[in-house]
Design a protein around this ligand. Structure first.
Ligand code: NAP
Length: 326
């Protein structure tokens, strides 16, 4: 495995990455670049992904069985969709030696603890995590080593988790360029419900609504999508399985945020109906300030309309130019 990092004293002897998609392959690339593990092995369901991962040099061995991949690893990173967690953890359990650290990248943290925790033998340390970084693309070719640069990684270790295990997982993410934040799992799920999950739900809805309109009324939705709609279509292109799993596994928090959103949008509907311009303007001024705060916090990404001219139609470079939360 090639990399520009210090391999003389890596954090881990053997890193097993279960799931070699966008996030798993980005982690493999970052770990290799920064010399974080003496060896990296992986696991994926399909032969096609396993072959692609080997071809790309992401791992020195790829397995179909999560248990075989996890055997002998001192860090196992779960990077599959949430719906695979319970099954994968059950398959891995008997292969994990005491002292092994199991962590993950899943977008909902109470679900990780619920589905993975009970499958782990005594002495195995569970350190759930969520790198707040991603793109709308999937699969091993979509990943890149810089994905986690300048992004947050939220860790939600349950009370009593081994301190050294937490520190090693933290050190790995810091080496990948991320800043660590600790949260209670339920708090994480609430925060992400409003910052990530609800915006995706709105994007999926609006693109669906516009598509239905286009079909029924021949509206020029795609033709004029350079306006606000364009950003919604990008978000709504995100992986269907991953997002299905997020909504099913963060149901309570998403429903609570949706309830609040419905109340607020009803208030706006009323303001528009009654011509209450001041209500609209006050809100829009407030939200503009929030956007300024996001930019100031270096979490804005870019939405540069010249991207295609700058980077060409294949859109390879823009992914690096506009990392964003999933
Ligand atoms: P992805 O690109 O679709 O990759 C998923 C990987 O998991 C694929 O390699 C897939 O193998 C493998 N997999 C699925 N089921 C499996 C099973 N039962 N056993 C073994 N491997 C299995 O997904 P991703 O975008 O990297 O997302 C992975 C996780 O990261 C999710 O839990 C998500 O919540 C979290 N996350 C995603 C983002 C984002 O923006 N995408 C950001 C932060 C966190 P095959 O290819 O063979 O099917």
């Amino acid at each position: 495995m090639s990399g520009d990092g210090e391999t003389a004293n890596p954090l881990f002897e053997r890193l097993a990455i279960i799931g070699m998609g966008l996030i798993g392959s980005s982690l493999a690339r970052a770990a290799a670049r920064h010399g974080l593990a003496r060896s990296i092995v992986g696991c994926a369901r399909s032969q096609a992904t396993r072959a692609k991962a080997l071809e790309l040099g992401l791992a020195e061995a790829m397995f179909e069985d999560p248990g075989e991949a996890a055997e002998g690893a001192d860090l196992v990173m779960l990077c599959t969709p949430l719906s695979a967690y319970a099954e994968v953890a059950e398959a891995m359990g008997p292969h994990l030696a005491p002292g092994t650290i199991v962590s993950d990248v899943g977008s909902v943290k109470q679900a990780t603890i619920r589905d993975v925790g009970p499958q782990l033998p005594d002495g195995v340390h569970l350190v759930p995590g969520h790198p707040v970084a991603g793109t709308e693309h999937s699969g091993p070719e979509a990943g890149f080593a810089e994905l986690f640069d300048d992004r947050w990684c939220i860790l939600t270790p349950p009370p009593g988790t081994d301190g050294e295990a937490i520190e090693k997982v933290s050190a790995m993410w810091r080496a990948c360029g991320s800043t660590i934040e600790f949260m209670e799992p339920a708090h994480h799920d609430k925060v992400l419900a409003i910052t990530s999950h609800l915006p995706h739900l709105i994007a999926y809805t609006i693109v669906g609504t516009a598509t239905n309109l286009e079909e029924s009324e021949r509206a020029e939705v795609v033709k004029f999508s350079a306006s606000g709609f364009r950003d919604f279509t990008r978000i709504a292109a995100s992986d269907p399985i991953m997002w299905r799993d997020i909504f099913l596994n963060n149901r309570e928090a998403v429903l609570e945020m949706l309830q609040r959103f419905n109340e607020d949008i009803t208030a706006l509907q009323r303001a528009i109906r009654w011509g209450e311009g001041e209500v609209l303007e006050t809100l829009f001024r407030r939200t503009r300030e929030i956007r300024a705060g996001v930019i100031e916090a270096h979490q804005a990404g870019t939405f540069d309309t010249r991207e295609r001219e700058k980077f060409g139609p294949e859109e390879t470079a823009p992914e690096k130019a506009r990392p964003r939360e999933e």
